[in-house]
Design a protein around this ligand. Structure first.
Ligand code: PNS
Length: 161
């Protein structure tokens, strides 16, 4: 019997961007099963609730059969263990992301042996982040290129309401 290879793509996803989707799609091409895991962070109030983020991610990953979307709380390594995942996969847009991610990768490997794999962010998307997209959208700028259409519609509705 061949072993099922599972990976976790964790994040805040407030909201998910085309950059996030690109990382999930590329991870799905490498692993049998992918868990997109939205962190429940009681210390950080988001623009979208965790349930809304899970819904948005589920909508934009419908075309990827091996992908499931869930919320998680606590340590990501515990979530990986519960799901039988051997790797975390994250996108790196540049050196700043690397500096932020490297200590977490070492710590997670120390805690549980889980490996972190970094995918280079898609060319041309290095400046796309959830926080910048929100800031530009709040100021009335066009963020259409940076969000999957269904996410863009939700963001527009949220900022209108
Ligand atoms: O999208 P983000 O906010 O950059 O994602 C950060 C995230 C959720 C991947 C990271 O904060 C995380 O894994 N949090 C879970 C708590 C945890 O395991 N912390 C120790 C990391 S070494």
């Amino acid at each position: 019997m061949t072993q099922v290879r599972r990976a976790v793509c964790p994040g805040s996803f407030d909201p998910p961007t085309v950059g996030h989707l690109d990382v999930v799609e590329r991870t799905a091409a490498l692993f049998d099963e992918v868990y997109v895991a939205v962190l429940v962070n009681p210390r950080k109030q988001g623009l979208f609730t965790v349930a809304e983020r899970v819904e948005m991610l589920a909508e934009i990953t419908l075309h990827l059969p091996g992908v499931r979307v869930e919320a998680f709380s606590g340590l990501v390594v515990d979530y990986c263990r519960e799901r039988g995942a051997e790797a975390l996969v994250k996108g790196l847009r540049g050196a700043t992301d690397y500096d932020y991610e490297l200590p977490m990768a070492h710590m997670n490997r120390h805690l549980s042996g889980v490996e972190t794999l970094f995918l280079p962010g898609a060319a041309g998307q290095a400046y796309v982040s959830s926080s910048l997209v929100k800031e530009v959208a709040r100021g009335g700028g066009d963020v259409t290129p940076f969000l999957p259409p269904s996410v863009h519609a939700r963001l527009a509705a949220r900022l209108e309401g």
